[in-house]
Write a protein that binds this ligand. Structure first.
Ligand code: FES
Ligand code: FES
Length: 140
């Protein structure tokens, strides 16, 4: 992810110009949709990923009804997701996103929303049979 820094080294950019805002057809077998909410504040995030036949993410979109940190977190997540396999996507942690955006502790749950949304989108793809269920060792 860090090699992408040259494209937009100013993280403030994610607040002012969030990337990949939008929607994809959730009925498409190769589109996984994750819809999650933060109980603490009521904010809601929808994150979608599209995979090719090899399970590589070709596109990612989000719509977040929430605070600026949640919007910026989903923007970073969609940037990081593109080009990754499903397994690699599961390695994106909220702490990485929070660190990247330099979120203060009270805003950590906003980046958690992004991690939860990624997991939910991948689960949707697994449920649809677009990608394989994780192997047992992948959970370790
Ligand atoms: Fe790193 Fe955009 S600033 S993903
Ligand atoms: Fe709740 Fe940011 S304040 S998602």
């Amino acid at each position: 992810a860090h090699q992408r820094r040259s494209y937009h080294d100013n993280i403030v950019e994610h607040y002012e110009n969030p990337r990949n805002v939008g929607s994809m057809d959730k009925k498409d077998k190769f589109v996984g949709t994750g819809l999650v909410g933060a109980p603490a504040c009521g904010d809601v995030m929808k994150l979608q990923i599209k995979v090719d036949e090899n399970g590589v993410i070709t596109e990612s979109k989000f719509k977040t009804f929430g605070c600026g940190s949640a919007i910026a977190s989903s923007s970073v997540a969609t940037e990081w997701l593109k080009g990754r396999s499903v397994d690699e996507s599961l390695k994106i942690k909220n702490t990485d996103i929070a660190g990247h955006l330099k979120l203060p502790p009270v805003k950590l749950h906003c980046s958690m929303l992004a991690e939860d949304a990624i997991k939910a989108a991948i689960k949707d793809l697994q449920d649809k049979g677009a990608v394989a269920k994780p192997a047992q060792h992948a959970l370790a």
